[in-house]
Design a protein around this ligand. Sequence first.
Ligand code: SF4
Ligand code: F3S
Length: 104
Amino acid sequence: TYVVVENCIKCKYMDCVEVCPVDCFYEGDNMLVIHPDECIDCGVCEPECPAEAIKPDTESGLDKWLKLNAEYAKTWPNITIKREPPADAKEHDGEAGKLDKYFS
Ligand code: SF4
Ligand code: F3S
């Protein structure tokens, strides 16, 4: 599966949802997650994310994010249509500690 990681938080560009062939993105207030049982590993979303916040789970060190994606994909609503990203998305791109500061 592919995994949404920390830099999505507060950036939430949503370009990813437009290209996913199986519509497996789910939406929280400040970030999206991928449902690991639905993702078919096509990889097309990875280069579409302006925040580089999508990674294949074959990369090391993503355990925490894989768990978070799996957990929240169960309850957050599905999202398939891109909306206007947050006005301050650029300011939060690359910021450290976003999980603790803003996750929801
Ligand atoms: Fe969707 Fe493909 Fe990205 Fe998985 S890798 S979330 S199937 S676009
Ligand atoms: Fe997040 Fe990137 Fe999608 S910032 S909403 S994973 S395009």
